[in-house]
Ligand binder design. Structure first.
Ligand code: ATR
Length: 277
């Protein structure tokens, strides 16, 4: 294999990064679209060191993941309106030595919900962290009726103040009518799969259930929903949507070839199955 000195090396930064599928997502799309770049995982506990390296090496695109999505804001020269509202960024684009922050999680959510009408729907959001904020923002602009539920109720109340909606407690979850159920907590995430944030009797066949956990693609929550014949949306769709948007921001090219998206999904699923062996 020959070394291509013109190939751009993009980064995903986080800590730890052992199970990140971002390099696989990016590298598959780069190859599919003939983009002369590669994505490399760079795990380090010190964000300042990672930022220094991005600047020194003039890295064009950096995907930012846990636990740096909030902390990264202090290093940005400018950012999108979504970053200002959500107070988190998952993408840095470097132009002329300046770091611009974006949040493509909302684009990922929009991609996952592209065939769902949320208007006036009663939507349960479980969790009240950064992922829930992105969800709340999207639900607010989609004019849904948000029902917040979190282990620490105060945090759910703060999000209800900011994005609208009501707050319920875990004990009351089966008493309220729900059209859509969304998990934004890490419950069910690999390698601790098998756990669901909700009891099975909450689900019915009229509902839509979305889990932001994308590995495994079909979580315990989604299995419960399938059993009740609810429609399910995998977090893998959001993961694909947010990653594809990062590449669109970098290249200015629209990525909407269904063949490429399907192939990408297949490759990510195969990789997840490999991890579970
Ligand atoms: P993220 O930015 O990915 O949303 P986060 O800000 O740490 O991550 O938020 C995680 C959310 O999942 C929080 O709402 C957390 O509940 P608390 O506010 O009570 O901490 C919730 N969460 C995490 N682990 C959970 C668990 N085992 N059961 C229920 N909720 C959990």
């Amino acid at each position: 294999m020959s070394l291509d000195i013109n190939r751009k090396a993009n980064r995903v930064i986080g800590y730890p990064l052992i199970h990140s599928q971002s390099p696989l997502l990016h590298n598959t799309v780069y190859e599919g679209m003939g983009i002369n770049a590669m994505m490399i995982a760079n795990a380090h506990s010190e964000l300042s060191a990672l930022i220094q390296s991005i600047k020194t090496l003039s890295i064009e695109l950096t995907a930012v993941t846990m636990p740096f999505k909030e902390l990264v804001l202090q290093y940005l020269d400018d950012c999108s309106s979504e970053v200002k509202i959500l107070k988190t960024a998952n993408t840095i684009i470097q132009r002329d030595g300046q770091l611009y922050g974006y949040n493509t999680d909302v684009d990922g959510i929009a991609f996952a919900f592209s065939s769902v009408d949320l208007h006036e729907k009663r939507v349960l959001v479980i969790g009240a962290g950064g992922a829930a904020r992105a969800m709340g923002y999207f639900l607010k602009i989609s004019k849904a009726k948000i029902i917040w539920m979190n282990r620490t109720p105060n945090k759910a109340m703060a999000l209800a103040d900011e994005f609208g909606g009501e707050v319920i407690f875990y004990d009351n979850v089966s008493d309220v009518g729900l059209d859509i159920i969304i998990n934004t907590t890490p419950v069910g995430l690999y390698p601790n799969g098998g756990q669901s944030p909700l009891p099975h009797y909450v689900f019915n066949e009229k509902q839509i259930v979305f889990d932001m956990v994308y590995n495994p693609a079909i979580t315990a929550l989604l299995k419960q929903a399938q059993k009740a014949q609810a429609k399910i949306i995998s977090g893998l769709d959001m993961f694909i949507g947010q990653g594809v948007k990062q590449i669109e921001l970098l290249t200015g090219r629209k990525i909407d070839d269904p063949l490429l998206i399907n192939e990408l999904k297949k490759i990510l699923l195969q990789h997840q199955r490999g991890l579970c062996l």
